[in-house]
Write a protein that binds this ligand. Structure first.
Ligand code: PMP
Length: 403
Protein backbone atom coordinates (compact mmCIF):
# COMPACT_ATOMS: atom_id res chain seq x y z
CA UNK A 1 0.00 0.00 0.00
CA UNK A 2 2.78 2.45 0.94
CA UNK A 3 4.57 1.89 -2.37
CA UNK A 4 1.32 2.27 -4.34
CA UNK A 5 0.54 5.51 -2.53
CA UNK A 6 4.05 6.80 -3.24
CA UNK A 7 3.53 6.02 -6.91
CA UNK A 8 0.18 7.85 -7.01
CA UNK A 9 1.69 10.74 -5.04
CA UNK A 10 4.51 11.11 -7.55
CA UNK A 11 1.90 12.01 -10.18
CA UNK A 12 0.06 14.70 -8.21
CA UNK A 13 2.25 15.88 -5.33
CA UNK A 14 5.50 17.75 -5.97
CA UNK A 15 8.38 15.35 -5.50
CA UNK A 16 5.90 12.78 -4.21
CA UNK A 17 6.06 14.59 -0.88
CA UNK A 18 7.33 17.95 0.34
CA UNK A 19 9.05 19.20 3.45
CA UNK A 20 10.62 17.51 6.43
CA UNK A 21 8.11 14.65 6.66
CA UNK A 22 9.38 13.29 3.35
CA UNK A 23 10.54 9.70 3.96
CA UNK A 24 13.49 10.29 1.63
CA UNK A 25 15.27 11.84 4.62
CA UNK A 26 15.04 8.48 6.39
CA UNK A 27 16.73 5.12 5.78
CA UNK A 28 15.12 2.66 3.41
CA UNK A 29 12.16 0.79 4.85
CA UNK A 30 10.63 3.75 6.67
CA UNK A 31 6.96 4.21 5.76
CA UNK A 32 5.77 7.42 4.13
CA UNK A 33 2.05 6.99 4.86
CA UNK A 34 0.29 6.21 8.12
CA UNK A 35 -3.11 4.92 9.09
CA UNK A 36 -3.48 5.61 12.79
CA UNK A 37 -1.93 6.35 16.15
CA UNK A 38 -2.83 5.40 19.70
CA UNK A 39 -0.81 6.32 22.78
CA UNK A 40 2.86 5.82 21.89
CA UNK A 41 2.01 3.39 19.05
CA UNK A 42 1.75 4.23 15.40
CA UNK A 43 0.37 2.11 12.54
CA UNK A 44 1.44 2.60 8.94
CA UNK A 45 -0.82 2.11 5.90
CA UNK A 46 0.34 -1.49 5.59
CA UNK A 47 -0.77 -2.25 9.14
CA UNK A 48 2.72 -2.44 10.64
CA UNK A 49 2.81 -1.14 14.20
CA UNK A 50 5.67 0.89 15.69
CA UNK A 51 6.60 2.06 19.15
CA UNK A 52 6.87 5.75 18.31
CA UNK A 53 9.77 7.97 19.39
CA UNK A 54 8.96 10.91 17.11
CA UNK A 55 5.47 11.81 18.36
CA UNK A 56 4.68 13.41 14.97
CA UNK A 57 7.95 15.39 15.33
CA UNK A 58 6.79 16.78 18.66
CA UNK A 59 3.06 17.50 18.72
CA UNK A 60 1.73 14.34 20.38
CA UNK A 61 3.07 15.15 23.83
CA UNK A 62 0.40 13.12 25.68
CA UNK A 63 0.45 10.34 23.12
CA UNK A 64 -1.81 9.91 20.12
CA UNK A 65 -5.55 10.35 20.76
CA UNK A 66 -5.43 11.15 24.45
CA UNK A 67 -9.03 10.60 25.67
CA UNK A 68 -9.39 13.94 27.50
CA UNK A 69 -8.15 15.87 24.48
CA UNK A 70 -10.30 13.88 22.06
CA UNK A 71 -13.37 14.49 24.22
CA UNK A 72 -12.71 18.24 24.36
CA UNK A 73 -12.29 18.34 20.58
CA UNK A 74 -15.42 16.29 19.96
CA UNK A 75 -17.51 18.57 22.15
CA UNK A 76 -16.36 21.63 20.21
CA UNK A 77 -16.74 19.95 16.81
CA UNK A 78 -20.36 19.15 17.67
CA UNK A 79 -20.89 22.89 18.11
CA UNK A 80 -18.78 24.04 15.16
CA UNK A 81 -15.08 24.75 14.80
CA UNK A 82 -14.53 27.63 12.36
CA UNK A 83 -17.01 30.38 13.26
CA UNK A 84 -17.15 34.15 12.65
CA UNK A 85 -14.82 34.71 15.55
CA UNK A 86 -13.19 32.76 18.36
CA UNK A 87 -14.96 30.67 20.97
CA UNK A 88 -14.67 31.05 24.73
CA UNK A 89 -11.68 28.66 24.59
CA UNK A 90 -9.45 31.45 23.25
CA UNK A 91 -9.83 33.55 26.40
CA UNK A 92 -9.53 30.53 28.69
CA UNK A 93 -6.41 29.40 26.87
CA UNK A 94 -4.77 32.84 26.95
CA UNK A 95 -5.48 32.93 30.70
CA UNK A 96 -3.79 29.53 31.06
CA UNK A 97 -0.66 30.68 29.21
CA UNK A 98 -0.50 33.84 31.31
CA UNK A 99 -0.99 31.84 34.54
CA UNK A 100 1.67 29.26 33.65
CA UNK A 101 4.40 31.46 32.15
CA UNK A 102 6.08 34.05 34.35
CA UNK A 103 7.13 36.14 31.35
CA UNK A 104 3.67 36.32 29.77
CA UNK A 105 1.04 39.04 30.17
CA UNK A 106 -0.86 38.10 27.00
CA UNK A 107 -1.11 35.43 24.31
CA UNK A 108 -2.30 35.37 20.72
CA UNK A 109 -3.04 32.26 18.69
CA UNK A 110 -2.14 31.03 15.21
CA UNK A 111 -1.62 27.69 13.46
CA UNK A 112 2.02 26.79 12.70
CA UNK A 113 5.32 27.38 14.43
CA UNK A 114 6.46 29.52 11.53
CA UNK A 115 3.45 31.82 12.05
CA UNK A 116 4.60 32.34 15.61
CA UNK A 117 8.33 32.88 14.97
CA UNK A 118 7.52 35.26 12.10
CA UNK A 119 5.13 37.23 14.30
CA UNK A 120 7.80 37.49 17.00
CA UNK A 121 10.17 38.96 14.40
CA UNK A 122 7.56 41.40 13.03
CA UNK A 123 6.43 42.39 16.52
CA UNK A 124 10.02 43.03 17.67
CA UNK A 125 10.51 45.33 14.69
CA UNK A 126 7.15 47.04 15.25
CA UNK A 127 7.91 47.70 18.92
CA UNK A 128 11.50 48.86 18.50
CA UNK A 129 11.30 50.57 15.10
CA UNK A 130 14.51 48.71 14.19
CA UNK A 131 15.37 46.06 11.62
CA UNK A 132 18.10 43.62 12.71
CA UNK A 133 17.27 40.12 13.94
CA UNK A 134 20.01 37.83 15.31
CA UNK A 135 19.66 34.06 15.04
CA UNK A 136 22.05 31.23 15.90
CA UNK A 137 23.82 29.83 12.84
CA UNK A 138 22.03 26.62 11.69
CA UNK A 139 19.12 27.03 14.09
CA UNK A 140 15.73 26.20 12.60
CA UNK A 141 12.91 28.73 13.03
CA UNK A 142 10.61 27.83 10.13
CA UNK A 143 10.14 27.55 6.39
CA UNK A 144 9.57 31.06 5.01
CA UNK A 145 12.14 33.29 3.29
CA UNK A 146 13.50 35.13 6.36
CA UNK A 147 14.46 31.82 8.04
CA UNK A 148 14.20 28.85 5.66
CA UNK A 149 17.23 26.51 5.64
CA UNK A 150 16.90 26.46 1.85
CA UNK A 151 17.87 29.50 -0.19
CA UNK A 152 15.80 28.41 -3.21
CA UNK A 153 13.46 31.25 -4.09
CA UNK A 154 14.88 33.42 -1.33
CA UNK A 155 16.28 36.86 -2.23
CA UNK A 156 19.20 38.60 -0.57
CA UNK A 157 16.70 41.27 0.50
CA UNK A 158 14.72 38.66 2.45
CA UNK A 159 17.81 38.02 4.57
CA UNK A 160 19.25 41.53 4.53
CA UNK A 161 18.64 42.16 8.22
CA UNK A 162 19.22 38.68 9.61
CA UNK A 163 22.54 38.34 11.46
CA UNK A 164 24.02 35.23 13.02
CA UNK A 165 25.91 34.22 16.15
CA UNK A 166 27.20 30.88 17.42
CA UNK A 167 25.00 29.19 20.06
CA UNK A 168 26.53 29.16 23.56
CA UNK A 169 29.36 31.46 22.41
CA UNK A 170 29.00 34.67 24.38
CA UNK A 171 31.78 36.45 22.47
CA UNK A 172 30.15 35.71 19.13
CA UNK A 173 26.78 36.94 20.40
CA UNK A 174 28.44 40.12 21.70
CA UNK A 175 30.10 40.66 18.33
CA UNK A 176 26.81 40.12 16.45
CA UNK A 177 25.05 42.57 18.76
CA UNK A 178 27.87 45.06 18.24
CA UNK A 179 27.48 44.80 14.44
CA UNK A 180 23.72 45.38 14.71
CA UNK A 181 23.97 48.02 17.43
CA UNK A 182 21.53 50.90 17.02
CA UNK A 183 19.37 48.86 14.64
CA UNK A 184 18.79 45.71 16.71
CA UNK A 185 15.16 44.59 17.02
CA UNK A 186 15.60 41.10 18.49
CA UNK A 187 17.87 38.29 19.56
CA UNK A 188 16.17 35.01 18.66
CA UNK A 189 17.29 31.92 20.53
CA UNK A 190 16.28 28.26 20.87
CA UNK A 191 15.91 26.83 24.39
CA UNK A 192 18.81 24.51 23.60
CA UNK A 193 20.94 23.89 20.53
CA UNK A 194 18.93 21.37 18.51
CA UNK A 195 20.34 21.71 14.99
CA UNK A 196 19.55 18.90 12.57
CA UNK A 197 22.10 16.07 12.50
CA UNK A 198 24.44 17.71 15.04
CA UNK A 199 25.22 16.90 18.64
CA UNK A 200 22.77 18.88 20.78
CA UNK A 201 23.90 21.27 23.50
CA UNK A 202 22.08 22.66 26.52
CA UNK A 203 22.46 26.42 27.01
CA UNK A 204 25.16 27.47 29.42
CA UNK A 205 23.90 29.78 32.20
CA UNK A 206 26.45 32.37 30.99
CA UNK A 207 25.05 32.31 27.47
CA UNK A 208 21.43 32.64 28.60
CA UNK A 209 22.33 35.50 30.95
CA UNK A 210 24.34 37.24 28.21
CA UNK A 211 21.42 37.01 25.77
CA UNK A 212 19.18 38.72 28.35
CA UNK A 213 21.80 41.35 29.26
CA UNK A 214 22.63 42.21 25.64
CA UNK A 215 18.96 42.47 24.62
CA UNK A 216 18.36 44.80 27.58
CA UNK A 217 21.40 46.92 26.83
CA UNK A 218 20.15 47.46 23.26
CA UNK A 219 16.50 47.78 24.31
CA UNK A 220 15.81 44.92 21.90
CA UNK A 221 13.55 41.87 22.37
CA UNK A 222 14.82 38.54 23.64
CA UNK A 223 12.72 35.98 21.74
CA UNK A 224 12.74 32.34 22.89
CA UNK A 225 11.59 29.95 20.15
CA UNK A 226 9.72 27.33 22.18
CA UNK A 227 8.12 25.70 19.13
CA UNK A 228 10.04 22.43 19.56
CA UNK A 229 10.67 22.32 23.33
CA UNK A 230 7.61 24.06 24.74
CA UNK A 231 5.96 22.20 27.65
CA UNK A 232 8.27 19.16 27.23
CA UNK A 233 11.05 20.60 29.37
CA UNK A 234 9.04 22.75 31.76
CA UNK A 235 5.55 24.12 32.37
CA UNK A 236 7.00 27.58 33.16
CA UNK A 237 9.04 28.05 30.01
CA UNK A 238 12.26 26.32 29.01
CA UNK A 239 14.62 28.99 30.39
CA UNK A 240 12.74 29.54 33.64
CA UNK A 241 15.06 27.20 35.53
CA UNK A 242 18.02 29.26 34.31
CA UNK A 243 16.48 32.38 35.81
CA UNK A 244 16.18 34.05 32.41
CA UNK A 245 12.77 35.24 31.19
CA UNK A 246 12.27 36.17 27.52
CA UNK A 247 10.24 39.12 26.21
CA UNK A 248 8.44 37.05 23.59
CA UNK A 249 7.97 33.33 22.95
CA UNK A 250 6.78 31.37 19.94
CA UNK A 251 4.89 28.12 20.62
CA UNK A 252 3.35 25.34 18.58
CA UNK A 253 3.87 21.55 18.22
CA UNK A 254 2.99 20.13 21.66
CA UNK A 255 0.57 22.81 22.89
CA UNK A 256 -2.58 21.07 21.56
CA UNK A 257 -1.51 17.40 21.45
CA UNK A 258 -1.51 17.15 17.67
CA UNK A 259 -4.25 19.63 16.81
CA UNK A 260 -3.08 22.60 14.74
CA UNK A 261 -2.27 25.52 16.99
CA UNK A 262 0.53 28.01 17.57
CA UNK A 263 0.87 30.87 19.99
CA UNK A 264 2.90 33.97 20.71
CA UNK A 265 3.23 35.06 24.32
CA UNK A 266 4.76 38.29 25.53
CA UNK A 267 5.35 40.63 28.41
CA UNK A 268 3.61 43.86 29.32
CA UNK A 269 6.13 45.97 27.38
CA UNK A 270 5.01 44.35 24.12
CA UNK A 271 1.24 44.50 24.74
CA UNK A 272 0.66 47.81 22.96
CA UNK A 273 2.68 46.87 19.86
CA UNK A 274 0.97 43.46 19.76
CA UNK A 275 -2.43 45.19 19.88
CA UNK A 276 -1.57 47.35 16.88
CA UNK A 277 0.02 44.65 14.73
CA UNK A 278 -2.10 43.18 11.91
CA UNK A 279 -1.82 39.42 12.33
CA UNK A 280 -4.53 37.07 11.21
CA UNK A 281 -5.40 33.86 9.36
CA UNK A 282 -8.65 32.29 8.16
CA UNK A 283 -8.34 29.33 10.53
CA UNK A 284 -6.57 30.90 13.48
CA UNK A 285 -9.72 31.17 15.63
CA UNK A 286 -10.79 27.53 15.26
CA UNK A 287 -12.27 26.42 18.57
CA UNK A 288 -11.42 22.71 18.45
CA UNK A 289 -7.62 23.13 18.55
CA UNK A 290 -7.95 25.62 21.41
CA UNK A 291 -10.20 23.22 23.31
CA UNK A 292 -7.52 20.58 22.69
CA UNK A 293 -4.88 22.90 24.06
CA UNK A 294 -6.79 23.73 27.26
CA UNK A 295 -7.16 19.97 27.86
CA UNK A 296 -3.53 19.24 26.94
CA UNK A 297 -2.09 21.80 29.34
CA UNK A 298 -4.35 20.53 32.13
CA UNK A 299 -3.12 16.95 31.70
CA UNK A 300 0.53 17.99 31.38
CA UNK A 301 0.31 20.01 34.59
CA UNK A 302 -1.70 17.45 36.57
CA UNK A 303 0.55 14.53 35.60
CA UNK A 304 3.86 16.44 35.66
CA UNK A 305 4.34 15.73 31.95
CA UNK A 306 7.87 17.19 31.74
CA UNK A 307 8.99 15.14 34.78
CA UNK A 308 7.53 11.91 33.40
CA UNK A 309 9.11 12.45 29.99
CA UNK A 310 12.45 13.26 31.64
CA UNK A 311 12.36 9.99 33.61
CA UNK A 312 11.34 7.88 30.59
CA UNK A 313 13.93 9.59 28.39
CA UNK A 314 16.60 9.02 31.00
CA UNK A 315 15.66 5.33 31.27
CA UNK A 316 15.99 5.01 27.50
CA UNK A 317 19.28 6.91 27.45
CA UNK A 318 20.82 4.96 30.34
CA UNK A 319 19.71 1.67 28.81
CA UNK A 320 21.16 2.46 25.40
CA UNK A 321 24.39 3.79 26.90
CA UNK A 322 24.87 0.53 28.87
CA UNK A 323 24.13 -1.57 25.77
CA UNK A 324 26.54 0.50 23.67
CA UNK A 325 29.27 -0.07 26.26
CA UNK A 326 28.59 -3.81 26.20
CA UNK A 327 28.79 -3.90 22.42
CA UNK A 328 31.84 -1.65 22.33
CA UNK A 329 30.00 0.98 20.27
CA UNK A 330 30.90 4.65 20.75
CA UNK A 331 27.64 6.59 21.11
CA UNK A 332 27.04 10.33 21.25
CA UNK A 333 23.94 10.87 23.41
CA UNK A 334 22.86 14.49 23.58
CA UNK A 335 20.05 16.87 24.46
CA UNK A 336 17.63 16.80 27.38
CA UNK A 337 16.27 13.29 28.12
CA UNK A 338 12.78 14.35 26.92
CA UNK A 339 14.23 15.09 23.45
CA UNK A 340 17.14 12.70 22.95
CA UNK A 341 19.39 12.50 19.93
CA UNK A 342 21.47 9.38 19.33
CA UNK A 343 24.50 9.82 17.09
CA UNK A 344 27.57 7.65 16.69
CA UNK A 345 31.21 8.66 16.98
CA UNK A 346 33.20 8.67 13.70
CA UNK A 347 29.99 8.61 11.68
CA UNK A 348 30.24 11.65 9.40
CA UNK A 349 28.07 10.01 6.73
CA UNK A 350 25.53 8.74 9.31
CA UNK A 351 25.97 5.16 8.10
CA UNK A 352 26.06 3.73 11.61
CA UNK A 353 23.11 5.90 12.62
CA UNK A 354 21.09 4.78 9.62
CA UNK A 355 21.90 1.13 10.24
CA UNK A 356 20.87 1.54 13.89
CA UNK A 357 17.57 3.20 12.86
CA UNK A 358 16.84 0.56 10.20
CA UNK A 359 17.46 -2.24 12.66
CA UNK A 360 15.22 -0.69 15.33
CA UNK A 361 12.48 -0.05 12.75
CA UNK A 362 12.64 -3.68 11.64
CA UNK A 363 11.90 -4.57 15.29
CA UNK A 364 8.91 -2.21 15.47
CA UNK A 365 10.57 0.83 17.04
CA UNK A 366 10.38 4.11 15.11
CA UNK A 367 13.50 6.22 15.81
CA UNK A 368 15.24 8.94 13.83
CA UNK A 369 18.94 8.78 12.91
CA UNK A 370 19.57 12.56 12.68
CA UNK A 371 16.79 14.56 14.26
CA UNK A 372 16.14 14.77 17.99
CA UNK A 373 13.41 12.39 19.06
CA UNK A 374 10.48 13.07 21.40
CA UNK A 375 9.16 11.28 24.48
CA UNK A 376 5.51 11.56 25.47
CA UNK A 377 3.40 11.11 28.57
CA UNK A 378 2.14 7.85 27.02
CA UNK A 379 5.56 6.15 27.17
CA UNK A 380 5.71 3.80 30.15
CA UNK A 381 8.67 1.96 31.67
CA UNK A 382 7.42 -1.20 29.92
CA UNK A 383 7.46 0.64 26.57
CA UNK A 384 11.00 1.86 27.17
CA UNK A 385 12.12 -1.65 28.12
CA UNK A 386 10.48 -3.01 24.96
CA UNK A 387 12.34 -0.40 22.91
CA UNK A 388 15.57 -1.37 24.65
CA UNK A 389 15.25 -4.93 23.37
CA UNK A 390 15.23 -3.53 19.84
CA UNK A 391 18.12 -1.12 20.46
CA UNK A 392 20.22 -3.92 21.92
CA UNK A 393 19.86 -5.95 18.72
CA UNK A 394 20.40 -2.83 16.61
CA UNK A 395 23.61 -1.97 18.48
CA UNK A 396 24.82 -5.53 17.98
CA UNK A 397 24.35 -4.96 14.24
CA UNK A 398 26.25 -1.66 14.42
CA UNK A 399 29.08 -3.36 16.35
CA UNK A 400 29.26 -6.10 13.73
CA UNK A 401 29.18 -3.57 10.88
CA UNK A 402 31.91 -1.49 12.57
CA UNK A 403 34.07 -4.59 12.93
N1 PMP B 1 10.92 26.67 15.32
C1 PMP B 1 11.40 25.49 15.73
C2 PMP B 1 12.42 25.45 16.82
C3 PMP B 1 10.95 24.31 15.12
O1 PMP B 1 11.44 23.13 15.53
C4 PMP B 1 9.96 24.39 14.12
C5 PMP B 1 9.43 23.14 13.45
N2 PMP B 1 10.27 22.05 13.40
C6 PMP B 1 9.51 25.66 13.72
C7 PMP B 1 9.98 26.77 14.36
C8 PMP B 1 8.49 25.80 12.63
O2 PMP B 1 7.28 25.25 13.02
P1 PMP B 1 6.22 24.77 11.92
O3 PMP B 1 6.81 23.65 11.16
O4 PMP B 1 5.02 24.38 12.72
O5 PMP B 1 5.93 25.97 11.06
Amino acid sequence: MDSRLRERARQVIPGGMFGHLHAKGLPEGYPQFFRSGQGCRLTDVDGREYLDFMCSWGPNVLGHRHPEVEEAVRRQLDLGDCLNGPTEHMVTLAERFVDLLPHAAWALFQKNGTDATTTCVTLSRAKTGRRKILVAAEAYHGAVPWCSPSLLGVTAEDRAHIGTYVYNDVASLEAAVERASGDLAAILVSPFKHDYGKEQALPTPEFAAAARRLADAEDAALVLDEVRCGFRLSMQGSWHALGVEPDLCSWSKAIANGYPLAAVTGGEAFRQAASELFVTGSFWCGGAAMAASVATLAVLEREDGPGHMRRMGQRLRDGIAAQAATHGVDLVNSGPPQMPLILFADDVDYRKGELFARETLARGVYMHPRHNMFLSLAHTEADIDEALEATDAALAAVAQHGA
